[in-house]
Design a protein around this ligand. Structure first.
Ligand code: SF4
Ligand code: SF4
Length: 111
């Protein structure tokens, strides 16, 4: 079952969560998750994300991006000062840090 209020963090996150009820273009959701439709790996910014954290292909972005809805995770990540800090927090929230480190090691071995 999904959390009933989209912008309310689950209890274990409440002390750090700020009220963010709209997208502030922080870039985290374009960077942290893997996006198969874009062949984007975990933890790496989308190639279409500009340095200002705006989408360079906004009107032609894929459905997965169009359908993404801001939620309480934005309150956890968007206030952080750098994109890399936002990515780290996003991965931490979803328990993806180990998977990201394994991906990094695999890509280091391949290079
Ligand atoms: S994580 Fe939330 S605030 Fe940041 S870009 Fe994505 S939807 Fe917007
Ligand atoms: S295509 Fe645009 S909206 Fe989708 S992940 Fe890349 S930068 Fe973000």
């Amino acid at each position: 079952m999904s959390w009933p209020q989209r912008f309310t963090a689950p209890p274990e996150f409440a002390p750090r969560s700020l009220v963010v009820a709209e997208c502030t273009a922080c870039g985290a959701c374009c960077s942290a998750p893997d996006i198969h439709a874009l062949q984007k790996p975990l933890g790496i910014p989308c190639t279409h994300l500009s340095p200002e954290c705006l989408c360079a292909v906004y009107t032609a972005r894929p459905a997965v991006c169009r359908n993404y809805q801001p939620d309480w995770v934005c309150g956890e990540v968007a206030p952080l000062p750098t994109l890399s800090a936002r990515i780290r927090r996003f991965l931490e929230i979803y328990g993806l840090e180990d998977e990201f480190r394994a991906t990094e090691r695999a890509s280091e071995r391949a290079s």
